[in-house]
Design a protein around this ligand. Sequence first.
Ligand code: MN
Length: 260
Amino acid sequence: MPLIKRFSWLTFAVILSVALVLGISRSSIVSTATNLTAGETSPLLASAFTAPDPSGEFVLPPLAYDYDALEPYIDEQTMMLHHDKHHASYVKNLNDAIADYPELQGKTVETLLQDLETIPEAIRTAVQNNGGGHANHTMFWETMTPDGQSVPSGASAQAIDTQFGDFATFQTAFNTAGKNQFGSGWAWLVINPAGELEITATANQDSPISAGSQPLLGNDVWEHAYYLNYQNKRGDYLDAWWNTVNWDVVNSRYEQAIRL
Ligand code: MN
């Protein structure tokens, strides 16, 4: 009898644990999905990480690879400082900026950047700089990989050839945009408001989203992105960086954008 009793309690405990685990994972899946769409007013290529977490705060997304994984093209210390310090401070400053504006909380950062004119003037520049910094860097980490393919494939490869003639011409034009960006900023491959692929550059942390474009690929040309390894040789960094590009992710972003 005691044996049966113990068995029953054990069985009950196991069933309860399984139910709890299932319940927790189900509720976190549901809440993640809710957050991804919270505040969206129009289709945007939002990273899963640019939506606030269930606490309502933006969080620094973890890297999907080790700090030294992109060596020799990007060194470990640069990655550590860039992700853990620079990106982290954009996230913190963005949270601080919207702390007193509950109407802005729960939206993805892409939604905040899409129409900066609607952001209260007192925090507009802070959202532009730090929201842009969060969105730009989140995409930057996602579009790099230790297993970079040297050339694109799929629909985006075809579109690049159609728009720019061939891949080498595209690369040269992208590098030129990065070299010519005076001071800090980014070089981009975007889908512009006319629906065409375009190479652009932005200053500081300005996002192409604020100009109505969908970024597919961006390279950070702030000195903090390359100075430890490349010093003043921005051109060498721009050339080497292509070895890190994750064209599968770029292609997915392109295919998603043209479906929207
Ligand atoms: Mn940066």
